[in-house]
Ligand binder design. Sequence first.
Ligand code: AMP
Ligand code: MG
Length: 516
Amino acid sequence: MKLVINDTFHKELPVDPIQENYVRQVPNACMSYVNPTVCKEPKIIHTSDEMLENLGLQKEDTQSQGFLHVFSGNEIYPGTRPYAMCYGGHQFGSWAGQLGDGRAINLFEVNHNNKQWAVQLKGAGKTPYSRTADGLAVLRSSVREYLCSEAMYHLDVPTTRALSLVLSGDKVLRDVLYNGNPAYENGAIVCRVAPSFIRFGNFQILTARKELDNLKKLADYTITHFYPHLGAVNETAYINFIKEVAERTMQMIINWERVGFVHGVMNTDNMSILGLTIDYGPYGWLEDYNPGWTPNTTDAEQARYAYGKQGYIALWNIYQLANAIVPLIKDTKRLEDVLKKIQDDYHSDRQTMMLSKLGLNEQTENAEAIIEDLEQLLYDSEMDMTLFFRNLSSFDGIASDAYISALEELSYSQTFDTYRKNWTAWFTTYSHSLRKHQVENKMQQMNAVNPKYVLRNYMAQLAIDAANEGDYSVIDELYLLLKEPYSEQPGKQKWFAKRPDWAKNKIGSSQLSCSS
Ligand code: AMP
Ligand code: MG
């Protein structure tokens, strides 16, 4: 196995001088060197062909002992120095101080085809940032991250990627329901890949500690490597940097809204500085359309990170990032104007996105009302979001009784009849709009933004249940299915269906805890 290593992060930014691996506060540094913990009997479960290629590797490489040892953390690739990043964050709205890579270890950076990739193991053991936890990850959460990050990429949603899923051979103790019933589960390690894993929290911790020299170093590093088009680092570049991070973040959110994704834990330490979806934990997909829904049981009461709040929360998080970078900026009025515009743009961009799901152009009259009424009806009649929008592309413009009756099949409601009249009225208005404002190649356009296949939680759970029995075929089946989420795939119709009844209240198949 041959990789072209091009480490920058640990070579250009301050490193913690302590090299022993024990839990501590790490001032005056952006990272600490730490080696992965050796695992007992690693075994490769799955690899992503595309990510192999992106890193300049071949399928044959995955057969080598070197591949298994490096991506399980059992060997260090020659000439590299693994490290864990230091970051802080706001968790559920409150400043939490230092968090950091508690169970992620960056192996190295690879350059291939003029692209830079940071390569990181998740679940490879304790680091100075592990606080009271074990630094490990279980198979169930690793399968979810592995499958979903690749699926999101193919849905055209900005995301970190995954190279490999490895069974560690070690057992990991978890109390899934946080009810005093811990049990041993299979441990696993995902190798994640992204141009960079820097988060909002990497900046926040430096400002919180008043390490303004380091703050400037990190901002300059990030701009030089990942936002080089912003030019020489100066006040204008810092403002444009925040602007672009904010724009990318809001585009990511609009994409989440488009495909029905709910992240579940939008703390500022889980916000990528590149606007990528990062840290797949208790995420989920809207089935019955409910903007107030969160898959995260830990957040069930407040529902701070519910589907419909993600735009607002992302803006809140962007303000925290801006606050962290403000010490580098004198003219804060300019920054405020930028942030105000981000908010306005979000509302109009979201509307454009919703219109694209409906096959309508941007000139559509009463667009706001059409969208609001639809969202209300989808919610009231507990409509399956994915099925509804995907089927909508074949609507022939006539709001017939038969068409409305067929909608009932896509709903989870026991009282669908109550909304029949409202549906007829909505489809009548929609037909009028289509006549005037339909986009060209409507069906093709709609099918390119309304996915046919998404990774519903129960689907991931089926793959997990099989994997825990040593059967990895469902992982492979879903991985291949989700490579083409917008295509009709004959023979795969069983995955284009409502959530089965058994999954509604089964933990893991609808809602999840943070235990991972
Ligand atoms: P999260 O919000 O789940 O992404 O994680 C919040 C913080 O907890 C981060 O600093 C993680 O590195 C850390 N963390 C989560 N799980 C573990 C674990 N099993 N061992 C060590 N640190 C962890
Ligand atoms: Mg995290």
